[in-house]
Design a protein around this ligand. Structure first.
Ligand SMILES: [Zn+2]
Length: 476
């Protein structure tokens, strides 16, 4: 018996060797390589999400739905937790372009720049390297597909607003999956809703390269690829709280489809970037209810990747992070009324306040649209009764809405949304410091192959550096 086995050994070794030569275990790697390389890489980006956004969603899930939060309960508890700096090259607080450039390229950039370092150097992005290794790649966002965060992973431009050039660069790289909003910059200028300055139909250009084009939730669920362009709205996609669930896919639906499409005929793995822009957009509008609903849906998308990881634990890397915090949100002690600072006049946010937030039925953006350009005292009362029935409105905020006056130096976006946001805050003790980005460090959750590299306090440029090393590039 023993003799027989020994005789078979060289044969088995030769067969295994031949198999590994034609099927390397990981992209760009031979059997001689020393450390494992992730074959499937998920990069989840919650734009504008700070630790407090995550924490309030965790508490909301537990209190209102008796559910956990996958990002905390699975990714952070079973994987590794790190903190990333967020500042760009030229200021204390970043925009999404400079932050995404750091995460995608590994260098500090100036605000507004995409895929170009502060010194003018144009590095390869992690996704371009993944493509060179033969991996399939995908970009998914509920913003416009040409928005700064996804753009910084595959394109290089000195100005984030050169949208047509970003789309041209997408076409050059041909990601197998490109899903999100922003049909306006794909349609020729003669078509309704177009914001192009020429007659080029970019949807047709993609179709000529073999892309299937989809524009509804149903079409997305039914498409089989192998390459898919999905544009589900003219500009940004809807907040989860407002979404037409028949027509528009959520970030969960798009993640589900992207995984299915990228896995088809796939030998070399994939890198998939998935972004919820809506957390940032909600925070810019001081909209706690929209923020929580969108963070919940984003977390459901992360849960899909976690299930994928459970099926491929030795080949998968999941990264969940953010580019910066927006809004300085905090649930805090407040005064019931402004008449006294006495202890009995103080109030802190509780479960009851989360239930009040649950009762809000539309986003503050939608509320502004309902009120229109000329709100009246009656239309404000009707809005409150229809969609904010648990909330009372203080006279000064009603006045601010009617007169469209800003209520703070740090509140500079939409006066109506901000006044409504302050009404929600005054009724729930969930206050906002600003409507802009802050300099808070952001969390990074990492799980799977190479995840340990992301733990601890790091610069946001380290995120890309680790990914590049994991993809087999020399450390820079
Ligand atoms: Zn923002």
């Amino acid at each position: 018996m023993k003799k027989k086995t020994l005789f078979l050994l060289p044969v088995l070794t030769a067969v295994l060797g031949a198999y590994l030569a034609s099927n390397p275990p990981w992209p760009g790697q031979t059997e001689a390589a020393s450390s494992p390389v992730p074959k499937y890489i998920f990069i989840f980006l919650a734009d504008g999400a700070g630790i407090t956004h995550m924490e309030i969603t965790r508490q909301y899930n537990r209190t209102i739905h008796n559910e956990g939060l996958t990002i905390v309960d699975r990714i952070l508890k079973e994987g590794f937790l790190g903190l990333l700096t967020t500042h760009p090259a030229d200021s204390l607080s970043t925009d999404s372009a400079a932050a995404a450039t750091a995460l995608a390229c590994g260098c500090k950039a100036k605000n507004g720049m995409i895929g170009i370092c502060e010194d003018g150097h144009v590095p390869k992005t992690v996704m371009e390297i993944a493509r060179e290794k033969g991996m399939r790649i995908g970009l998914v966002t509920n913003s416009t597909v040409y928005d700064a965060s996804p753009a910084a992973f595959v394109s290089h431009l000195s100005n984030r607003r050169l949208y047509s050039s970003i789309i041209d660069q997408y076409l050059r790289l041909e990601p197998e999956v490109l899903l999100g909003g922003g049909r306006d910059r794909f349609l020729p200028q003669s078509q309704t809703g177009s914001r192009r300055n020429d007659e080029i139909d970019m949807i047709v250009s993609f179709q000529k390269r073999g892309y299937s084009y989809v524009s509804t939730r149903k079409e997305l669920a039914e498409t089989s690829g192998p390459k898919v362009l999905g544009l589900f709205s003219l500009q940004e996609m809807s907040f989860e709280i407002d979404r037409n669930k028949e027509l528009e896919p959520s970030i969960y639906d798009m993640t589900d489809a992207a995984i299915r499409i990228l896995q088809q005929g796939n030998r070399n793995g994939f890198m998939l970037f998935l972004e919820t822009e809506n957390v940032d957009s909600a925070a810019h509008l001081t909209d706690a209810a929209s923020l929580i609903r969108d963070f919940r849906e984003f977390d459901r998308a992360v849960a899909l990747a976690y299930e994928f990881y459970r099926r491929h634990p030795r080949e998968t890397l999941i990264l969940v992070t953010s580019d910066h915090e927006t809004g300085g949100l905090a649930f805090t002690l407040a005064l019931k009324d402004l008449s006294s600072k006495a202890g009995k006049n103080q109030v802190a946010g509780t479960e009851k306040d989360l239930k009040k937030i649950q009762s809000i039925s539309i986003s503050l953006k939608k509320a502004g649209e309902i009120l229109g350009p000329n709100p009246t005292p009656e239309s404000i009362d009707r809005l409150m009764k229809d969609h904010f029935k648990e909330f009372s409105i203080a006279p000064e905020f009603k006045k601010a809405i009617l007169e469209k006056t800003l209520i703070s130096r740090t509140i500079f976006s939409d006066p109506t949304a901000n006044a409504l946001g302050m009404i929600v805050a005054n009724n729930t003790q969930g206050y906002w410091l600003t409507t802009a980005h802050t300099n808070h460090p952001v969390f990074v959750g990492a799980m799977g192959v190479g995840a340990e590299k992301f733990r601890g306090y790091q610069d946001n440029t380290d995120f890309a550096r680790h990914l590049k090393v994991l993809l087999g590039e020399k450390p820079s």
